[in-house]
Structures are given as structure tokens and as C-alpha cells.
Design a protein around this ligand. Structure first.
Ligand code: NDP
Ligand code: GDR
Length: 372
């Protein structure tokens, strides 16, 4: 008998990689999707088509983490062996504008999932993975951050996720649910949403190189993040639910890098060497040399500028995870270096940018997004 998984947030970056992984392992996968006026299933359309050709092992259901009746009905119908609760309003900066909604979806949404499993009598059947986050560490208490490091959240998003973290621990301790937190540090990929900093950078680098965009505007260039590849991190999620005992794990690369350095690495991928000058709001990145004749940018060209609108009301300055427990108990370690991640992301974004250039050359200007 195939195992049955239910993934909330299946249309997001991690949901897409996780669905692919579980289907390859022979699972039947059910996914929660939201209704939207434009299609939001671009990341999984190919998977759905493939699964349909192979006997319909991937099924999507409309629903929302803010809707208990919908969740109870779906979980009752699906009776999953494993739930991966990935759905969330996941953008830290946006959570300052939508704090109540973020608390509802990211915090209470997790309670709704746990309570559905408990009240439906699935406590002994269904294992639950909760998508916890390194944002819980917030204001630096100690580095590297591990499962014992105290939390100090710095955004409505992180505070909502703090509730979700503790309610998951509480349901494990109070009701014996197999419920675990993966405390995942930042993980990226070509499927990353375009407003997260890594994808914003790799997309802009490709577009600047091909003459589609003039500058890349960013906020805090000094923030440091521990970045890995989403494909590696969804493998850790699965491993967390296969253990004999439910526990919480930090999943991280163990390396930290400033945003500024990520920008430099991404430009370097297209042969452009960038240097930074100035400080804070006056900092900018300029071209030192351009060794790829296809991308002509003159030395001194200001390719990166700081715009205060991307600063956050309160920032997380430094994240650096210690994945030792995951390494020894789950046998997990990341397979992709930061350099490889940047290379893959820039290569994919260059393909997209080239398509736009080609369409322009063919005279299809009218069909392009006016921002292209
Ligand atoms: P994304 O933003 O790419 O995906 C979020 C998913 O949640 C989307 O499918 C989105 O649907 C869905 N969603 C949002 N709100 C609701 C709601 N109210 N009800 C139902 N579905 C909803 O996030 P990631 O894939 O990057 O992250 C997955 C999870 O892991 C999130 O919970 C995130 O907070 C957490 N996390 C992520 C890390 C990272 O570095 N990526 C690190 C640590 C934790 P739609 O497509 O319709 O918008
Ligand atoms: P983060 O990711 O907030 O860590 O949350 P994001 O990529 O948004 O920011 C990382 C750092 O870059 C700085 N930064 C900018 N960020 C964005 N988005 N846009 C900019 O222009 C910009 N300029 C500088 C930020 O200030 C920040 O310090 C991600 C999300 O996936 C969460 O859901 C997840 O929980 C955490 O990672 C771990």
C-alpha cells in the first residue's frame, strides 16, 4: 500500500519540491491549493500532468489554512499518513503590513491542522511536519543557532511562527501526536518567489546583463543568511517524519553569507565583477570589469543601489545554523554549495531573460508584460 501525504502550500517553492520527492518515493500526494484569480499552480503543473498520466497519484483540493471546516473535511476524507504543513504567508517584510492575517494563517492555521487530526481520532495514524523557521531566533542570542538556542522573534511573521512552533510541541506532549518542527534556515532555488532577496538578485542580474533592467534596488546589504538549496531541505522534512520518535531539528548549511556577497557572486556568474562603495543608504555596487563580451557593462556602471523602502522595521542581522543533530540522527547533510546554488539560479533566470529578448527581436513587443 502506498503511503498517503497531504501537503499544505503545495503551490509554493517547497511544496513543489516536496511533492516531486514524495511521488518519486511512491506516495499518493494530496495538496491544498488556494483559489486565485490567476493561476497559482505554475510550479506544479508539469508534476500534475505527469501524475495524471501515471494513474492520478497527485490530487489538488481547494482550501485555506484560515478555514477550519474545509481542513477538517479534507483531512477526514484523505486520512493522511503524513501531513506537511508548509502553507504560510511566508514573506517577512509583508508580515509587517498584514500582521493579523499572518497570525491567523501561520499561527492559528497550524493549530487548526493539529486540532483536526486530534478531533478526527487520527492521533495514532497521522504524522505532522510543521514548517518552522530560523526567523524564530531573530535578535541574535548566540551563534551558531541550534535546537537549544533561545528564540527572539523580530517580525509578525516570526511571532506567528513562534506560536506554531510551541503549539506543535504542546500537541506532541499533551496528546502524544507524532508532530515535529523542522527549524529550517533560508533555502532557495530557481522556484523561489521573485520578491525574496536571492531570486530578486539572480533575476535582476540576468536582466541587467541582457539590457532588460538598469539597476537592482535592495535594502539591507549587510544582513547575513545561512542559505541552502530547497531540494536538499525538503529531503530533510521527509526524514524528520521517518524517525522512531518525533523531535525537532535545525536544518541549515552551517555557513553564513551577507546579502552583499550574494550579489557579488551572482554578478560574477555572468562575468561581471562588482565592488561596493559607501555605507548604509549611500552604499552602491559598481562594475569593476566585465569579462563576458555578450554582456557589455562599462566599468564604473552603478548596477546596485540601496532603497530604504526595502528596509524592515526590525531586522534579523545574522543567521547561522548548526545542523549537527540532523546530521547525526537523520543522516542529513546539504549536497549543494552556495556557489552551485547561485550558478543554477542565474542560469535559469538567464533562460527566462533570453526568451524576452528573443520575443522582442521577433517584434512581439505588444505581448510582453509592460514591465519587461
Ligand atoms: P512560499 O511562499 O513559496 O509558499 C507558501 C505556500 O503557502 C503557497 O503554496 C501559498 O499559496 C500557500 N499559502 C499561503 N497562505 C495560505 C493560506 N492562508 N492557506 C493555504 N495556503 C496558503 O513558501 P516556501 O515554499 O518558501 O516555504 C514553505 C514553508 O516553509 C512556509 O511555511 C515558510 O514560512 C516556511 N519556511 C520557509 C523557508 C525558506 O527559506 N523558504 C525557511 C523556513 C521556513 P499560493 O501559491 O496561493 O500563494
Ligand atoms: P527572509 O528572506 O526574510 O530571511 O525570510 P528574504 O530573502 O526576504 O530576506 C533576506 C535578507 O535580505 C535582506 N534584503 C532584502 N530582502 C528582500 N526580500 N528584498 C530586498 O530587496 C532586500 N534587500 C535586502 C532582508 O532585509 C533580509 O535580511 C525567508 C522566508 O522564506 C521566510 O519564510 C523564512 O522563514 C526565512 O527565510 C527563513
Amino acid at each position: 500500500m502506498s503511503k498517503v501525504a497531504f501537503i499544505t502550500g503545495i503551490t509554493g517553492q517547497d511544496g513543489a519540491y516536496l511533492a516531486e520527492l514524495l511521488l518519486a518515493k511512491g506516495y499518493v500526494v494530496h495538496g491544498l491549493r488556494r483559489r486565485s484569480s490567476l493561476s497559482n499552480s505554475g510550479r506544479i503543473d508539469k508534476l500534475v500532468d505527469k501524475a495524471n498520466r501515471e494513474g492520478g497519484k497527485l490530487r489538488l483540493h481547494y482550501g485555506d489554512l484560515t478555514d477550519s471546516t474545509n481542513l477538517v473535511r479534507l483531512i477526514n476524507e484523505i486520512k493522511p499518513d503524513e501531513i506537511y504543513n508548509l502553507a504560510a504567508m511566508s514573506h517577512v517584510h509583508v508580515s509587517f503590513d498584514t500582521p493579523e492575517y499572518t497570525a491567523n494563517a501561520d499561527g492559528i492555521g497550524t493549530l487548526r491542522m493539529l486540532e483536526a487530526v486530534r478531533t478526527l481520532g487520527l492521533t495514532d495514524k497521522t504524522r505532522i511536519y510543521q514548517a518552522s523557521t530560523s526567523e524564530l531566533y531573530g535578535l541574535v542570542q548566540a551563534v551558531p543557532q541550534n535546537e537549544k538556542t533561545p528564540f527572539y522573534p523580530r517580525s509578525p511573521y516570526a511571532v506567528a511562527k513562534l506560536y506554531a512552533y510551541w503549539i506543535t510541541v504542546n500537541y506532541r506532549e499533551a496528546y502524544g501526536l507524532y508532530a515535529c518542527n523542522g527549524i529550517l534556515f533560508n533555502h532557495e532555488s530557481p522556484l523561489r518567489g521573485e520578491t525574496f532577496v536571492t531570486r530578486k538578485i539572480t533575476r535582476a542580474v540576468s536582466r541587467i546583463a541582457l539590457g532588460l533592467q538598469q539597476t537592482l534596488e535592495l535594502g539591507n546589504l549587510s544582513a547575513k543568511r545561512d542559505w541552502g538549496h530547497a531540494r536538499d531541505y525538503v529531503d530533510a522534512m521527509w526524514r524528520i517524519l521517518q524517525q522512531s520518535e518525533p523531535k525537532d531539528y535545525v536544518i541549515a548549511s552551517g555557513q553564513t553569507t551577507a546579502v552583499r556577497e550574494f550579489v557579488r557572486l551572482a554578478f560574477s556568474e555572468v562575468g561581471i565583477e562588482l565592488a561596493f562603495e559607501g555605507e548604509g543608504l549611500d552604499e552602491y555596487g559598481y562594475v569593476v570589469s566585465c569579462r563576458n563580451p555578450e554582456y557589455v557593462l562599462p566599468a564604473g556602471y552603478k548596477a546596485v543601489a540601496v532603497n530604504p523602502k526595502y528596509y524592515r522595521p526590525s531586522e534579523v542581522d545574522l543567521l547561522l545554523g548548526d545542523p549537527a543533530k540532523a546530521n547525526s540522527e537523520l543522516g542529513w547533510k546539504p549536497s549543494c554549495s552556495l556557489q552551485e546554488l547561485v550558478k543554477e539560479m542565474v542560469a535559469e533566470d538567464l533562460k527566462e531573460a533570453r526568451k524576452i529578448v528573443d520575443l522582442r527581436k521577433l517584434g512581439y513587443e505588444a505581448y510582453l508584460d509592460p514591465n519587461e
